[in-house]
Design a protein around this ligand. Structure first.
Ligand SMILES: [Zn+2]
Length: 527
């Protein structure tokens, strides 16, 4: 069902878009990396890297002649993989989370308040910020309250993000700071949870960054830049050599551009700001993106999450209710996709429920008469996909961007109870359908959604293979973290691969290791 395109057209469009224009600007010395094997190259155990690219791949004995003068790095029993590419994470949020209160361990509202109190005692300035609370700290269907926070924090604003980023819990001081009354109307696209008296009770669902920042009192550009810097350092150390940074804000872009200008961006970043923003602004950012900083996708929200019953589903939740409102209602979604695609912008749509996935595919399909965007469109999360829609990813050349650890009931995603209750037994067999999508010909791009779960790509790689219902092979899982994201970016010719000519982004992973033994970006070792 895939539309046939003449080969010449593919060549011309790739050249016209400058897809392979990237040149590592720091000429790197020749490096011979040996290990137990090279992914995608049976029989090879060695890569020769020169000027930031793979110069040759083969057996060490055969490459010795070409490698004269090259430095040698011995990867020992490690396997040489293409650099791992996290196709979906939140860099600023993740970087900031490293210094915020971690509410992940809380089993109840009271425990979460106690964790926030302990953090606040050590961090006496500014708002109390924390993240990671699970919906399961409250009885089914209810949300934490400002009253619980007010008892401990009467004057200091407190803003606590849920583990999945779809809900914020705040106290009355934060409301005062934002100038929001307890009888306020819902902000556009968001919903205040209300008590029996109709007043704002202390949680807001699907709130935008502006509201959250006004509750917490805002961050300075310097604080944001520091969050970005810390986040990038952690990614590089984890073997993430490229990251698709979702829902990036403008200050995040400036922080990234400043690092790139100084030659201090440690990994590749595909910066992806919100869909629905000013395309003229995005065009200017796209022109300014260079080197390791690339302009990625426009990120839109078609729905919310199963835990907070904001996922758009074809059939109601098991209790008969439905999501209160679309993130982007289908007609508006179609209009936005056409507008973005006409301006050459590819789109990444957050779609968790099967109705949201279908609406996303419908919107992409309705824009097929326009020239293809410079990267491939994608659907993020795909937690439940109706069986009829599985083949449409391949047919429409849309990438399924999924996060293996979201499906890990024993893993760091703490919300298994609310999630599976709202998905319900009928839909459960169609949840996290990596296997079914792969079988249906879809390209998968794996990521973490950090800080929703750990940024560690080796943990995701392990779980993608270990999952009981529908595991992937090792090769499939690695492609999900390498060739898949490169394909989404239309960079499959030189990213996510270890063929001669590919960019020398390499990780060396020893069997059973928790961290890569070696990480190269542009052929240079990441410290
Ligand atoms: Zn996300």
């Amino acid at each position: 069902m895939r539309t046939w395109r003449p080969a010449l057209g593919v060549f011309l469009s790739a050249a016209a878009l400058g897809c392979s224009a990237y040149a590592p600007r720091r000429p790197s010395p020749a490096l011979l990396v040996t290990g137990a094997g090279v992914f995608g190259h049976p029989g090879a155990d060695c890569l020769l890297v020169r000027d930031g690219r793979v110069a040759a791949v083969g057996r060490a004995a055969d490459l010795a002649g070409q490698a004269l003068g090259a430095a040698h790095v011995d990867g020992g029993p490690g396997l040489l993989l293409p650099g791992l590419h996290d196709a979906h994470l939140h860099l600023l949020d993740g970087g900031l989370s490293l210094s915020q209160a971690d509410l992940g361990p809380a089993k109840s509202e009271a425990e979460a308040v106690e964790l926030a109190r302990a953090w606040a005692a050590k961090n006496p300035a500014g708002a109390v910020r924390g993240r990671g609370w699970s919906y399961d700290i409250m009885p089914a269907g209810s949300y934490p309250t400002r009253a619980a926070l007010d008892a401990v924090f009467s004057t200091r604003p407190v803003v606590l993000e849920s583990y999945d980023g779809h809900a914020y819990w705040f106290n009355t001081a934060a409301l005062h700071q934002a100038g929001v009354g307890t009888d306020a109307r819902d902000p556009e696209g968001a919903r205040f949870v209300r008590g029996p008296d109709g007043r704002v009770s202390g949680t807001v669902l699907e709130a935008g960054g502006e509201l959250v920042e006004s509750l917490a009192g805002g961050l300075t550009p310097a604080e944001k830049a520091e969050g970005v810097r810390r986040g990038l350092a952690l990614l590089a150390a984890s073997g993430v050599t490229a990251a698709d940074v979702m829902s990036g804000d403008l200050e995040e872009f400036e922080a990234l551009a400043a690092l790139e200008a100084k030659g201090e961006l440690p990994v590749r970043v595909f910066y992806s700001p919100p869909l629905g923003g000013d395309l003229a602004v995005y065009r200017r950012l796209r022109e300014r993106a260079r080197g390791r900083l690339e302009f990625g996708w426009l990120k839109g929200f078609v729905d919310g999450a199963f835990e907070s019953k904001t996922a758009e589903t074809l059939e109601p939740f098991p209790d008969g209710t439905r999501a209160p409102a679309w993130g982007l209602e289908p007609a508006r979604l179609k209009a936005l996709i056409r507008e973005a695609q006409a301006a050459g912008f590819p789109v990444a749509l957050h779609a968790v429920g099967d109705a949201a996935v279908r609406a996303s595919l419908d919107a992409y399909e309705a824009a097929r008469d326009l020239p293809a965007p410079r990267r491939r469109h994608r659907v993020e999360h795909d937690e439940v996909v109706h069986p009829d829609d599985l083949v449409r990813f391949h047919a429409l050349d849309v990438v399924a961007s999924m996060q293996p650890l979201h499906a890990d009931p024993g893993g760091p995603a703490p919300s298994e109870g609310a999630w599976s209750r709202n998905v319900g037994p009928e839909r459960l067999p169609h949840s996290f359908p990596w296997r079914a999508l792969t079988t249906a010909g879809a390209v998968l791009a794996f990521g973490s959604d950090w800080p929703v779960v750990t940024q560690d790509p080796l943990a995701g790689l392990a779980f993608a293979q270990a999952r009981k219902d529908g595991p992937l092979t090792f090769d499939e899982a690695v492609r999900g973290y390498t060739a898949g994201p490169a394909y989404a970016a239309r960079r499959e010719a030189d990213l996510g691969c270890l063929d001669p000519g590919c960019l020398a982004d390499v990780v060396v992973v020893e069997p059973g290791a928790k961290k890569p033994a070696l990480v190269l970006v542009d052929g240079v070792k990441v410290p």
